[in-house]
Design a protein around this ligand. Structure first.
Ligand SMILES: Cc1cc2nc3c(=O)[nH]c(=O)nc-3n(C[C@H](O)[C@H](O)[C@H](O)COP(=O)(O)O)c2cc1C
Length: 156
């Protein structure tokens, strides 16, 4: 399978997840990994599975990812997609009422999935959500392994 992974990352945590996903799929598939800076020049014409990863910022994906998804073009018929985000581990958020606000606000995943569906692209697997223990990270213990496991669920 031909897999393209596009991600954005401000503090490096989403990048770590994206690399773990690439690593897990790389053994049996052709995997390309690119940041949003290179997304515009990334040709999707032979992609079977497109994976998009974003940090959740203000309940949404980064502006670069939102813009990219709004203008997504040049993908083959039958290409499927999967999404993952990184987000705060609510147990680490203080004061406690803020947890409710963050959770009710929603996450990047939902927006990315809706944008892909809007292009008629079928989603593969459950959206991935990987936790950081502070705005700049680090990732919660075990999240890299969970990312590898999640990646393997995308390949049928
Ligand atoms: C300006 C800003 C807004 C954020 N908004 C949210 C949010 O709405 N929900 C959430 O769970 N985490 C939020 N976070 C935490 C980010 O999800 C976290 O910084 C990100 O997962 C780290 O990924 P990165 O290292 O790839 O940038 C926010 C962080 C920043 C700096």
């Amino acid at each position: 399978m031909n897999v393209t992974i596009l991600f954005d990352s401000i503090f490096g945590n989403t990048a770590k997840v994206a690399h773990a996903v690439a690593d897990a799929l790389g053994r049996d598939n052709q995997v390309r990994l690119a940041t949003m800076q290179d997304a515009g020049e990334t040709d999707l014409s032979s992609t079977d599975l497109l994976i998009i990863g974003s940090p959740t910022r203000g309940f949404r994906p980064t502006p670069q990812i939102q813009e990219y998804l709004a203008g997504l073009d040049g993908f083959p018929n039958g290409m499927v997609a999967a999404v993952f985000d990184t987000r705060l581990d609510l147990e680490t958020v203080q004061p406690e009422p803020l947890r409710w606000v963050i959770d009710v606000g929603g996450y990047a995943n939902h927006h990315m999935a809706a944008a892909l569906r809007g292009h008629g692209i079928e989603l593969r697997g459950a959206p991935g959500a990987f936790l950081v223990t502070g705005n700049e990270g680090p990732l919660k213990a075990g999240e890299i392994e969970r990312a590898r496991e999640w990646a393997r669920t995308l390949i049928g």
